[in-house]
Ligand binder design. Structure first.
Ligand SMILES: Cc1cc2nc3c(=O)[nH]c(=O)nc-3n(C[C@H](O)[C@H](O)[C@H](O)COP(=O)(O)OP(=O)(O)OC[C@H]3O[C@@H](n4cnc5c(N)ncnc54)[C@H](O)[C@@H]3O)c2cc1C
Length: 304
């Protein structure tokens, strides 16, 4: 089986997520080549073929043109599957490419099981196993779900010719997101509240522990969606990606979308009443306790 992996390049830089695609291909055990709209001055480290389109000509975002280029590269590579990151770039392009290739699309793959692909369902509370039913497949993989490969070497570059398209978009640049209340990416300590804290009135207890440790308050998405904490504190794929020295997850189960945003933390402590909670996969220490009993007692000890 052959896979074409669509790497990402943003604001003049190759994104590290490109290596997650290579990690996915290794895990799948396929022969992989890369496609990138990027620059020959900044090539990914890998030993296979790289279909390279020049970003100076193609822009970093131009879905119509990039779709044409990816489809052409997929034909050249005789790819059975085309794989994107489930990023804003990937989720925009994947269905366009799937339609052009008449391929089935499987989105937000989080694991490979028996040659099939596991995807989240029921708001990521459950997983279902999906098998492609078309000759070719387009896949998007969840950020953080697959360990990045660390390949070496220089790719064999196949430059991609740019054909005229009737592009309906013009890329004019990026705009910085609205300034946030708090920049969690700079925090050395983050104490995050999950649904396990029970109710909005309990959030100050978690915030007090964050303060006592000289850190910031973080939160999982349900806590933000419920309006208990502002979105600027959300950690995860649709929040901020953080890597503090200490991350304390209070009543957080460890869904892939949360872990993708915090698993690079240096030291992770999870407080959960369920000893089998998935957060345990990344936690250095798991404290099996009721969060509303443990946290106030611990904060009081810190104060002493
Ligand atoms: C497209 C998409 C994007 C998403 N983006 C994000 C994101 O950016 N960030 C994010 O966090 N989520 C995100 N999610 C949601 C994610 O899938 C999970 O639903 C969410 O992370 C679960 O939050 P949680 O762990 O707080 O809640 P739950 O999964 O409900 O877990 C609660 C945990 O608390 C424990 N618990 C309960 N009571 C107590 C107690 N008294 N003491 C101790 N432990 C207790 C339970 O054992 C459980 O493990 C996204 C989902 C989708 C579909």
């Amino acid at each position: 089986m052959k896979a074409l992996l669509v790497g990402e390049y943003r604001e003049g830089k190759l994104l590290d997520s490109t290596y997650e695609l290579l990690g996915f291909a290794e895990r799948l055990g396929v022969e992989a080549s890369l496609f990138l709209v990027g620059s020959s001055t900044q090539l990914p480290a890998c030993s296979g073929t790289l279909y390279l389109a020049d970003v100076a000509v193609c822009d970093e975002y131009n879905p119509d043109l990039h779709k044409h280029l990816i489809v052409a590269a997929a034909e050249q590579a005789k790819a059975d599957c085309v794989v994107f990151l489930h990023s804003s770039y990937g989720w925009d392009l994947a269905p366009r490419v799937a339609l052009a290739l008449q391929a089935g699309q499987i989105s937000e793959v989080v694991a490979i099981v028996d040659g099939g692909f596991e995807v989240g369902c029921c708001n990521a509370k459950m997983r279902r196993l999906v098998q492609p039913a078309t000759a070719r497949t387009v896949l998007t993989i969840q950020a953080g779900a697959f360990t990045a490969a660390m390949p070496a070497g220089t790719p064999q570059v196949v430059p991609q010719a740019v054909a005229a398209t009737n592009a309906q978009f013009e890329f004019v640049g990026y705009e910085p997101a609205e300034a946030k209340d708090v920049d969690l990416t700079r925090a050395e300590v983050i104490v995050s509240a999950g649904r396990g804290v029970g109710k909005k009135d309990n959030v100050p207890v978690i915030a007090a522990m964050a303060k006592a440790l000289g850190g910031e308050l973080g939160a999982s998405r349900p806590v933000v969606d419920a309006g208990w904490v502002d979105h600027s504190h959300q950690v995860g794929t649709t929040g901020q990606s953080v890597a503090p020295k200490l991350y304390v997850a209070c009543g957080i189960s460890g869904a892939i979308q949360h872990m993708a945003g915090m698993k690079k933390s240096e030291f992770i402590v999870a407080i959960n009443k369920d000893k089998d909670a998935p957060i345990n996969e990344v936690a250095d220490v798991l404290i099996v306790a009721d969060v509303m009993q443990f946290v106030p007692a611990f904060t009081a000890r810190l104060a002493k």
